[in-house]
Every structure is written in structure tokens, then in C-alpha cells.
Ligand binder design. Structure first.
Ligand SMILES: [Zn+2]
Length: 307
């Protein structure tokens, strides 16, 4: 396995480190440090967890763990995992400063010298980090090498179907018995019109090429609408906020003097809307200047821009 694929941390644990760093900076403008465990899983990937802070004394530019607490932490987790392969990770924060190894940090890393390797992590509030694997001995060779490598963050568990995925799916995947499904997907648009996309195959359609004056912003705007939809569907924001978000995007579009298309603010109730948005793509919240523009934008989106 490549070194940069070896070490992982769950998103939750990663945010724990950053949260501790945030508290220490907000309260005292100080650094903060703690320990974590690194335990190999069945695929021999090391998972970093058990993020804890210990008794310590801190300043804006230094952080020092109390020796007894370090011993206690090591005993506690040594017993818990009872795995000779497990390692400890010394982690600390540089709050608003860069994530780098200072002279003091390198001394601390030296103090964790052992018969195999040791691990250290420094972060800052911007979530930048350095994760160091220090090799002290390998196959009995007395070598000393430090590698700053990737700490892979394991993103949220669970399925997360985004609007973007739905849109891509609609673009790219055909289903042999899809008539009903397509009808369902395409049934609704903001004006309540049946969409033309599916019932009129594009390759059979001849249309004059129109100049798409506002195509430069198109995908960016679709992305913004999509984000807004995602937040609403996932319950992060209220219906009011959702509409407000759409209006904000529209006012940005107004500033850019976009006239080929505009946002159509949905009028449904929250429940109706939540149902509909499941089967709606961000472009369906756009109202186009005319059918010709609508088709041309759709076509370009599906097949990439060309002139
Ligand atoms: Zn430091």
C-alpha cells in the first residue's frame, strides 16, 4: 500500500480535532494538543480515532501535555485495543498560523521515538494540516526518516444522493423500460408545463442555432441552485430561506444582466415542494427566454459546450 493511502480518520473525529482547536483559540487565543490512537483495520489501514485532550499548559505559541496524563491515556487505550500494532498520534493546533513543524514540534516528535514508527498531526483553523510518519527503525535498520503524508478523511457514512447526481443520471443513463419513470421525472416543471425534452427526441429536431449570450454563467448558476435545493431537501434550511436563496441568486444574475433565463420561484407548500424537488433538476427551476433557448441550453449541457 502507498503511504498516502495508509492513514484514515472519520470526518467526525477530524472535526473533533478542529473543534478543540477552535475552543482554545476562541477562549484564550492558545494552541492546544492531545492524543489519538491509530489502530490497523482488517485491510491494514490505520484508523485514527479516540481524539482526546489531556491536562496541559498552553500559550499562543506552545502547548505541552502533562506527562502523567500521557501515561494514563496510553495505558487506557493500550488495554482497550491490546494490539501491538497500535500507535498513538500526538496532535496539536497552530490556530491561525500555518500548519508546519516548528523546532519545538520536532523535539516533541523526537520524544516519541520508538522501535518502529510514530505519528504526529498539526492542524490550523483553516483545516490545513501536516501529518507526519516518523520512521525510526525498519526491518531492524536504524534509520530515521520523516514523511509528511496524507491523512485521508473518511467522509460521512451513508448514501447521499445529490441533485447533481440526479441530473447526471438523467443525462447519462437510459432505461429500457423507462417510459413511466421519464414521465415522472420530467412531469413537473415550475410552470406546470409538460417538458418537451423526452417526447421530442433532440436528434429529430431541427432548430436554428441561437447565440447563447449567457452561457458563461450557466453551469455555475445551476450549481448554486442545486446547492440551495440540496440544503432545503436535507432540512438544513427552511422554505423561506430556500426562496430567499433563490432570490439572492436571481439578483446576482440581474447584476450580470442575464436575460436568456431567470429563476422561477416555486409557489408550492413546503410538503408539495419537498416531494417535487426529489424529481427535479436545478435547470427546471429556470425559466428560459423561449423554447429555442431552453432546448439549446439543455442540449449544450447534455453534450458539452461547442460553437
Ligand atoms: Zn507547533
Amino acid at each position: 500500500m502507498k503511504l498516502d493511502k495508509l492513514f484514515h480518520i472519520s470526518e467526525k473525529d477530524w472535526y473533533k480535532v478542529i473543534s478543540w482547536a477552535t475552543i482554545a483559540y476562541d477562549k484564550d487565543k492558545n494552541e492546544i494538543s492531545g492524543l489519538a490512537t491509530a489502530v490497523p483495520d482488517k485491510d491494514n489501514r490505520y484508523i485514527i480515532s479516540d481524539i482526546e485532550i489531556l491536562k496541559q499548559s498552553n500559550s499562543g505559541s506552545n502547548t505541552e501535555l502533562e506527562a502523567n496524563s500521557v501515561t494514563e491515556y496510553k495505558m487506557k487505550y493500550g488495554m482497550k485495543y491490546n494490539n501491538p500494532k497500535m500507535k498513538y498520534v500526538w496532535w496539536h493546533s497552530h490556530h491561525t498560523m500555518e500548519a508546519f513543524w516548528s523546532g519545538t514540534d520536532e523535539n516533541e516528535i523526537e520524544a516519541w521515538k520508538n522501535n518502529s514508527f510514530s505519528l504526529a498531526l498539526v492542524v490550523n483553523l483553516k483545516q490545513e494540516y501536516k501529518f507526519r510518519v516518523s520512521l525510526w527503525k525498519a526491518s531492524g535498520l536504524d534509520i530515521e526518516e520523516h514523511y509528511d503524508t496524507t491523512l485521508n478523511i473518511i467522509r460521512k457514512d451513508g448514501v447521499n444522493v445529490t441533485e447533481g447526481m440526479k441530473r447526471k443520471y438523467k443525462e447519462l443513463c437510459s432505461n429500457k423500460s423507462s417510459y413511466v419513470q421519464n414521465q415522472m421525472v420530467s412531469h413537473w416543471n415550475v410552470k406546470g408545463n409538460q417538458r418537451q425534452l423526452w417526447d421530442t427526441p433532440l436528434y429529430n429536431t431541427t432548430f436554428d442555432k441561437v447565440a447563447l449570450k449567457d452561457k458563461a454563467y450557466y453551469s455555475e448558476i445551476c450549481e448554486s441552485i442545486e446547492e440551495c435545493m440540496d440544503e432545503f431537501i436535507s432540512g438544513e434550511i427552511s422554505l423561506k430561506k430556500f426562496k430567499k436563496g433563490l432570490k439572492t441568486i436571481q439578483s446576482k444574475m440581474d447584476k450580470l444582466k442575464i436575460t436568456d433565463y431567470k429563476i422561477s420561484i416555486p409557489l408550492e407548500s413546503k410538503e408539495e415542494l419537498l416531494n417535487k424537488l426529489q424529481y427535479t433538476f436545478s435547470t427546471e427551476l429556470l425559466e428560459f427566454k423561449d423554447k429555442l433557448h431552453e432546448r439549446e441550453y439543455e442540449r449544450n449541457e447534455n453534450h458539452g459546450w461547442y460553437n
